[in-house]
Design a protein around this ligand. Structure first.
Ligand code: UDP
Length: 249
């Protein structure tokens, strides 16, 4: 299945974002797993779209991905502002939890790659407790040297996962997946940013009220004040979306 045909998409600052909600995303990924051809899934937020504006190589990686979900309030706002409203956000953490539930039901094998040593193992235990029957067949921390990559790829291949979650931080994880997807021999690889830290209980997710008010970014700023520099991308993103709209009208 060619997702660009199966799911409608919209262009936000040169990046293709599929107009999918969570149920459609799960359906498409289920289909990918049945088809067993290597597929790259990105949950795309405003910060990365803005970064891609200055980095054509990143924009190319995003536009070559098989499925790009709208991650974050900024993307949902931009879609509405550009006249293509979306149903909802499909964030990395929500997608990872939903896919883990489905993996337990369907018998899919899962591999977790990324975060500091010990974190992926803790996240695996927590997921296996939440979703009895889930098979996390391998974990690997994300602070390895270039020369260790081959051994890691071999370990992933040997475990034969159906789903590989890559939590190396965006956009590095997107480049990593693009480069090594074929070598991993995995039907689906998803970049999930800081999700392993949350699932391991190392970092708290924003309280429900922040999530509902689309203010998760603000909560993250309180938690990690040094993110302010990265979050400067948000007002710049908004400015560029205004330009996109009024240029093309
Ligand atoms: N990380 C990693 N290897 C690296 C750099 C980062 O495994 O070389 C991990 C880091 O430990 C964290 C995640 O990648 O778990 C990035 O989290 P962050 O919240 O910065 O990512 P975002 O969700 O914004 O992409």
């Amino acid at each position: 299945m060619q997702v660009s045909q199966a799911a409608p998409w919209l262009d936000i600052l040169g990046c293709r974002v599929h107009r999918v909600d969570m149920p459609t995303t799960l359906e498409i990924i289920n289909q990918f797993i049945l088809e067993r051809r290597p597929r790259h899934v990105i949950t795309l937020n405003a910060e990365i779209i803005y970064t891609a504006l200055q980095n054509p190589e990143l924009q190319q990686v995003i536009n070559q991905a098989d499925l790009v979900t709208p991650d974050g309030a900024g993307v949902v706002w931009a879609a509405r502002f550009l006249g293509c409203p979306l149903q909802e956000r499909v964030t990395g953490i929500d997608l990872m939890v939903a896919l883990s539930r489905m993996a337990a039901e369907e018998g899919w094998r899962v591999f977790l790659l990324g975060a500091r040593p010990g974190v992926a193992g803790k996240a695996a235990n927590n997921l296996e407790t939440s979703f009895p029957g889930l098979q996390v067949v391998g974990t690997q921390h994300g602070y390895f040297a270039e020369y260790e990559t081959d051994a890691i790829l071999t370990a992933i291949r040997e475990k034969q996962p159906d789903l590989l979650f890559v939590a190396l931080g965006a956009p590095y994880q997107e480049f990593w997946i693009r480069r090594y997807l074929i070598d991993c021999k995995v039907p689906v690889a998803v970049g999930v940013g800081g999700s392993l830290d949350v699932l391991a209980g190392e970092v708290a997710r924003a309280p429900e009220i922040f999530i509902r008010l689309n203010l998760e970014w603000l909560y993250r700023l309180f938690q990690e004040p040094k993110r302010w520099r990265r979050q400067l991308a948000l007002p710049r993103f908004v400015f560029q979306v205004f330009r996109q709209k009024y240029r093309s009208s």
